[in-house]
Design a protein around this ligand. Structure first.
Ligand code: CP
Length: 328
């Protein structure tokens, strides 16, 4: 594997191999496998879990990591082709990325959606420019289209709870005061389908995930024996689910954001969890806005696996880094 920026780089078989390796290494950690290896991490957006878990994965296995925050002690980076660079972006990705690749063994980048449109997210402009110009292995720490490491950590958490990923899962939309990107819900859907789950996505009308992402998930489900279903009926979607994953995301391009008050009942509460399976778990990628996106009783209740889920970022990422740094 030369790059892991989208789930399609792994496919269903590769995703399941990474989960198996992550689970095995969680029981018995390897030693200094990244000795003399350096990861250069480039952040266009803030992070707590992603930054700390990638650094920890490198440092705990004898390697090292450098962190660059774009525009905060570095030049702002341009990704567009053919523009006159007379604005505040002083350096082009075309130079910056191959320069960094001479210092490090692999690159990692976080570049969220610009919020322009679903079509722009599908194009994933900053990530695509990094990928086009990096001679070194590249890993996504979340881009406009996907947050693939998060999706793998989510499914590892499901596997730990039930001994398998082939269970009924529900991804539910949750309220927020801002239209958030779709990378996390896209990755939960894609990874669940690639791992053979029966995945239901519940979202209000106008908040559909894109046709491209839905079609990709359906293709994975067909290959793995899983299933994919989309609904606006949240109560029906959570009924009997083994895991409920909640995330806020913005409306589909061309749809208006609905008034906040009308969507407030979508916030997962204990009542939603009580409709799920008796042994159901609750997932959220974090950070989460309590009592806006998810009720306290869910996050503090017996269902919540959100801290374990964040811990699993470390485990899936060291498995991914081993593929990129040692086997590419
Ligand atoms: N879930 C996640 O990616 O968290 P951070 O934004 O804090 O990295």
């Amino acid at each position: 594997m030369k790059a892991f920026t989208h789930l399609r780089d792994l496919g269903p078989e590769g995703a399941q191999e990474i989960l198996a390796r992550a689970a095995a290494w969680k029981q018995k950690a390897p030693g200094a496998i990244f000795q003399d290896k350096l990861l250069a991490m480039v952040f266009f957006n803030p992070s707590l879990r992603t930054r700390a878990s990638f650094e920890a994965a490198m440092l705990r296995h004898g390697g090292n990591a450098i962190v660059l925050e774009v525009g905060n002690g570095t030049w702002k980076l341009e990704d567009r082709e053919g523009v006159v660079m007379d604005g505040d972006r002083a350096e082009h990705i075309k130079e910056a990325v191959p320069v960094l690749a001479q210092y490090a063994d692999a690159l990692a980048v976080r570049a969220f959606s610009s919020g322009l449109s679903d079509a722009e997210d599908e194009r994933d402009p900053i990530l695509s420019a990094f990928r086009a110009h990096s001679p070194a292995p590249l890993i996504s720490m979340e881009s406009a289209r996907e947050h693939p490491c998060q999706g793998l950590a989510d499914l590892l958490t499901v596997q730990e709870a039930f001994g398998t990923t082939k269970v009924p899962l529900t991804l539910t939309w949750a309220p927020h005061m801002k239209p958030l990107p779709k990378a996390v819900p896209n990755s939960f859907l894609l990874t669940a389908a690639a791992c053979g789950a029966d995945i239901t996505v519940a979202a209000p009308e106008g908040y559909e995930l894109t046709a491209e992402v839905r079609a990709e998930a359906e293709a994975y489900a067909k290959a793995t024996g899983g299933s994919v279903r989309f609904t606006t009926d949240q109560a029906a979607a959570v009924k009997g689910a083994k895991a409920i994953c909640a995330k806020a995301w913005g409306p589909a391009t061309g749809s208006e954001a609905a008034p906040m008050a009308s969507l407030q009942p979508w916030m997962p509460t204990a009542a939603h969890m009580e409709l799920a399976a008796k042994d159901a778990i609750f997932l959220h990628c974090l950070p989460v806005r309590r009592n806006l996106e998810v009720h306290d009783r869910v996050l503090d209740g017996p269902w919540s696996r959100v801290v374990q889920e964040a811990g699993n970022r470390f485990h899936v990422q060291r498995a991914l880094l081993a593929s990129l740094l040692l086997e590419s």
